[in-house]
Write a protein that binds this ligand. Structure first.
Ligand code: IPE
Ligand code: IPE
Ligand code: MG
Length: 247
């Protein structure tokens, strides 16, 4: 019970809880600017939000959480911001290693990991291996974009056709989905974007087909338990029809 609020596990009935939440963590730069601080201070504050969020998701019983941390387009930012973000990501992984192991969370990185600095790739791989048997999952999009994920899937399918293991007429939606980064993970039920921007910015383009989208004006470093509750409540009130009709 926080501020007279029910615990996160009781905010919505279990059948109204999203199984998979995906978040476009936006607004770090604006948060820093408002405080008269460098953009990197915003990213640091944003990484604290991620630590807190892991607790909210655990308390609420969310099975899958995907975080968009760095897009393929984010490489075009000033070199010092990119370098600062890469350092911060490495620091985040190392700092949270014990916590993820203790809380039994499986870490997976989706995206063009080959673009990342090698020490960061090594840290990621180690933690992925250490946690691969856990059920609850944290996916992090690093050098990720939906288009590059789909292009990669097309490339992999073409290789299978070339090798004679796949017939072109066998390429259907399931075949494409099977060649995405995390084919076994269900599509996100809820996509949250902070900082008020009403766009998807190349996030999970294939998987978002029927995701509910929730945009909050809250900037990512300010995203707190109340903001998380509000998102769960908004999702629970949605009427998901998947193109059908209610009878
Ligand atoms: C999100 O915050 C973090 C990343 C994209 C890495 P921004 O850095 O995009 O913050 P704003 O949008 O400039 O406020
Ligand atoms: C989306 O935020 C990418 C991440 C949160 C990692 P951006 O700030 O890069 O997106 P735009 O430029 O506002 O579309
Ligand atoms: Mg932004």
């Amino acid at each position: 019970m926080e501020n007279g609020q029910p615990p996160l596990s009781h905010v919505v009935p279990p059948e109204k809880l999203p199984r998979h939440i995906a978040i476009i963590m936006d607004g770090n730069g604006r948060w820093a600017k408002r405080q008269g601080k460098p953009r990197l201070a915003g990213h640091e504050a944003g990484s604290e939000t991620v630590r807190r969020l892991l607790g909210y998701c655990r308390d609420a019983g969310i099975a899958y959480l995907t975080l968009y941390a760095f897009s393929t387009e984010n490489w075009s930012r000033p070199p010092d911001e990119v370098a600062g973000l890469m350092n911060l990501l490495g620091y985040f992984i190392r700092k949270n290693e014990a916590e993820l192991l203790e809380k039994q969370v499986r870490l997976r990185v989706i995206g063009r990991r080959e673009d990342l600095p090698e020490p960061l790739q090594a840290d990621i791989l180690r933690l992925e291996r250490e946690t691969e048997h856990f059920e609850r999952q944290l996916l992090i999009g690093l050098s990720y974009s939906g288009r590059s994920e789909i292009a990669r899937a097309a490339r992999r399918l073409a290789e299978q056709v070339k090798a004679g293991t796949l017939a072109p007429e066998a390429i259907d939606e399931a075949a494409v989905a099977a060649n995405l980064y995390a084919p076994d993970v269900p599509d996100p039920d809820l996509i949250i974007r902070t900082s008020g921007e009403m766009r998807i910015s190349n996030f999970l383009l294939w998987q978002c087909a029927y995701s509910e989208i929730y945009v909050t004006p809250v900037l990512w470093p300010d995203f707190d338990e109340r903001a998380f509750r509000d998102a769960l409540l908004a999702y629970a009130a949605r009427d998901r029809r998947f193109g059908g009709v209610k009878v």
